[in-house]
Design a protein around this ligand. Structure first.
Ligand code: NAD
Ligand code: LMR
Length: 327
């Protein structure tokens, strides 16, 4: 048996936490050979900590062979101590009528405080994956306070958008989702994100040729994927949780599987016209467990460039809105 890895999860008693922890403990994130110690972090509030105890009791009751231990805490130092992976889920979700950027001021502060502690106490090989919204900018905030861990360790999740786009393309083409590949998400996890249909493939052929309906690809398809979070809030009365947890499982699993090609939000270095220093969804290839390279040189047409300029503008504006939090 391998040595256990330590996985810190914030917001562990929340909606996403409840859909996520059982999948990590069952081996779906790090594989069937990798034991884990879950370090579960909640706010210092009686109700939240009581709920966390209940979740831990349920995890115990699953008798997962890979679950080597659990730490339940409201102290960031303890929760992130020696963590190999820090999954930053804990933050306020938006309600009906709000945009994700409306969460910036409240949630941004969480990522300054947690970013500083992670940089101080997490393992030398620590990786950070941000889910709490607005995920790209929160990730940038956490990375900006780091002095020890390099910026490329900090990724934010656009995988839910990738998965949503995959299913919409599969439905339109009347094929299984397994027929869809090369679905890349550029930019912000927000309605401005660009789902690059011109690069997507269906059974190895260009999606544009197979679907042929360019107006749909440029219009309804982008809109459905970009506004799916709001549609779920309107229908469920609460923000997506199981699909978000599933996307994080996919994000980390693909980021630890060498050769995988997928989309994650990472620090831009100017590729594809993004402003350097924003965290933008980009196509990457996993080069070693937890490491990746941005796939360069994919063709962009005028439509793609225009969409990327718009989502980049939003990321730059979010960055300006939290300028006082950046160190
Ligand atoms: P939730 O309200 O059900 O749970 C959030 C939990 O985080 C709560 O239990 C709360 O006590 C805890 N929390 C708050 N601040 C914390 C802190 N500083 N430290 C530790 N825990 C803290 O919300 P949820 O539905 O689980 O969503 C969590 C976040 O994920 C929201 O910001 C939501 O918008 C975001 N989200 C992102 C995506 C994505 O694709 N990036 C998808 C869905 C939801
Ligand atoms: C989503 O995309 O479902 C989440 O980011 C939640 C939200 O606020 O839309």
């Amino acid at each position: 048996m391998k040595q256990p890895i330590r996985v810190a999860v914030t917001g562990a008693a929340g909606q996403i936490g409840y859909a996520l922890l059982f999948r990590i403990a069952s081996g779906q994130m790090f594989g069937p050979e990798q034991p884990v110690i879950l370090q579960l972090i909640e706010i210092p509030n009686e109700k939240a900590l009581k709920a966390l105890e209940g979740v831990a009791m349920e995890l115990d009751d699953c008798a997962f062979p890979l679950l080597s231990g659990m730490v339940l805490t409201s102290k960031a130092e303890e929760g992130f101590g020696d963590a190999n992976w820090c999954l930053l889920v804990g933050a306020k979700p938006r309600g009906p009528g709000m945009e994700r950027a409306d969460l910036l001021k409240d949630n941004g502060k969480i990522f300054v405080a947690q970013g500083q502690v992670i940089d101080r106490v997490a393992a030398a090989d620590a990786r950070v994956a941000v889910v709490g919204n607005p995920a790209n900018t929160n990730c940038m905030i956490a990375a900006s306070v780091a002095r020890r861990l390099p910026a490329d360790r900090y990724t934010a999740m656009v995988r839910l958008d990738q998965n949503r786009a995959t299913t919409q393309l599969a439905k339109k083409a009347k094929v299984a989702t397994t027929a869809i590949s090369d679905v890349f998400i550029f930019g912000n996890h927000s309605p401005t994100m660009f789902s690059a249909f011109h690069l997507a493939k269906i059974n190895g052929k260009p999606a544009t040729t197979v679907i042929g309906h360019h107006e749909w690809l440029r219009g309804e398809f982008q809109e459905t994927v970009g506004k799916r979070g709001a549609a779920i809030i309107a229908a469920r009365g609460a923000s997506s949780a199981a699909s978000a947890a599933n996307a994080l499982v996919d994000h980390v699993r693909d980021l630890t599987t060498v050769g995988k090609v997928h989309s994650i939000a990472v620090k831009s270095n100017g590729d594809y016209g993004f402003d350097p220093n924003v965290w933008a969804g980009l196509p990457v290839k996993t080069t070693a467990p937890g490491s990746y390279e941005v796939i360069k040189g994919l063709g962009l047409d005028d439509f793609a460039r225009e969409k990327i300029a718009k989502t980049n503008k939003e990321l730059v504006e979010e960055r300006q809105a939290v300028a006082e939090l950046l160190k």
